[in-house]
Ligand binder design. Sequence first.
Ligand code: F6R
Length: 630
Amino acid sequence: MCGIVGYLGPTPAASVLLSELKCLEYRGYDSAGVAMIENGQLMVLKTAGKLANLENLLNEKSPGATWGIGHTRWATHGIPNDQNAHPHTDCTGTIALVHNGIIENYDLLRDELIATGHTFHSETDTEVASHLIEEEYKNAEGDMILAIRQAAKRLKGAYALGIVSPAHPEIIYAVNQHYSLAVGIGDGECFLASDSVAVRQYTNKVIRLEQSEIAQITMHGVRLFSFEGDEVTRRPQVLDMNPMIMDKQGYRHYLHKEIHEQPIILRQTLSKYLANCDKPLDLSPAHMTFAPESIDLDPSNYGVSFTDQELRSVERVSVVACGTAYHAGLVGKYIIEELCGIPVDVEIASEIRGRRMLVNNKTLAIAVSQSGETADTIAALSEAKANGAFTLGITNRPDSHLARVTSNLIVTECGIEVSVAATKTFVAQVACFYLLAIYLAEKRGTIDLQKAKALKLDLLRVPSLQEKVLASEEYIKEKAVQYSEAKAVVFIGRGLSYPIALEGALKLKELSYIHASGYAAGELKHGPIAVLDSQMPVITILIPGSVYDKTLSNAQEAKARHAKMIAVAQESDPEAKKTFETILPIPAVSEFLSPMVSVLPLQLFSYFVADYLGKDVDQPRNLAKSVTVE
Ligand code: F6R
């Protein structure tokens, strides 16, 4: 989604802003722009499309400015075109502003500002902010902080702003209201970024803006103010610099690299907790290390710090998440219910809005989010917290908004995921659910020591099973090409393979733009079977175990309708060989641990279909990595 950057220092701003913006590309965007000030003149360059278009504009003008702000826009109000791209200016052309989030009362403010003589040039909600600051500035006697404070108090919603004006040389102003914004502190230079990933190449010191704060940034540092005008002091945090970040390491696409990273990540996550399989698991802060993108916040903020009494009092678990993270939550439901005997409901976070959330002080509310910035997920967890639930976050980003909202946090050991489509973060989230379920089961006495030990040892074997799947990728590629003409694809699975069917369908449609739907295999006959014919591939996830026979019967129903039969199954499975024309092979794996293995052939299949069709696999159209609007 939208990204904000800024730079103030001795180097030409254009190249720094561009390289910061490139780091935010992975979040998804449809237009980009910069505002810089040179010799007291404001220069705004913005354009629809990829950053290459902005780079061309910058090359044409080759500005020498050493101070400016930049933006990547993901359209919400108004189509992606040059006019709607940020930055936006006021009527005097002396205030330029970039914006993330949504200004909910923009309609009202726009009417009011038009009535007082302001002229608007875009369809965005953003533009009201620049005109509102202009209006407030008239009465602020040159005090920009005052003008911004007064304007910010009138803007409703969650948002972040970056602002420059030639009237205030060598200063960038920034505003944070329920959003994410960080100032990077260099040596005689400062940076602004909505995601610290963008400043990491320049500095490892950041100051994060808290809610309702304004920053005044100069080359030599930053001053922070509350919306009420009180000055706030905060020490910089030190980022853990990881040179492996944002590097394709020889792969053509981040997505392909990230699919291949899964065994390593799983090993890292598991080895952190399972060094001694004879002992009960410990998810407490003492065990937490930091993911590569983490920052040195107080470690006591991380890990699970519930008392045993609290854990025993939990009567219900409520998981909230969106998209792929929601599918990880569905796997989590099966695992926790099986090991702990606690009922688990999993909700699409956006569906919590506008209705009663039935949680209380005996509910453990878990928010799952790779970015930790998903507005719907954070809103749902906040609602659960307000209703007295215990809260826990599972995220890849300990420096995220989610980390600040929840009182307990399990950090997945993934490193940053650059490809917009989630792969390695899914497997890591699922792994955390296994660990959490074992932890809860041990604390509540619902698993005996021998069973717990056997399960932990089995978990440690999963990475090598994943490696076997990855080793067969050339075969999966061949099959992906064979089915790439499909107009639509159906995925089916039962039990723990049902969320994998959903995830397989989501991966295929977001990467290849081929319509795909995932169903509980038993549901096929209750409607979806109507779409089957000889042109329709049906992919069945068929794992030996409690629902094997029934899944096979459901696949037979598809076969009887002449569907093209594909399975994720063990190659040696005689029934699978008889039933399916194509098997995407997986090694023998227990039904209980299968999701972390069976999802891999589907990720690879989707990747190869999309790549063969020439799609932008790392940044599929219309998608954003960090979904910060509701
Ligand atoms: C799909 C995908 C999305 C995200 C969803 C939630 O590949 O990436 O469905 O899973 O937008 O995002 P997070 O996990 O950041 O909350």
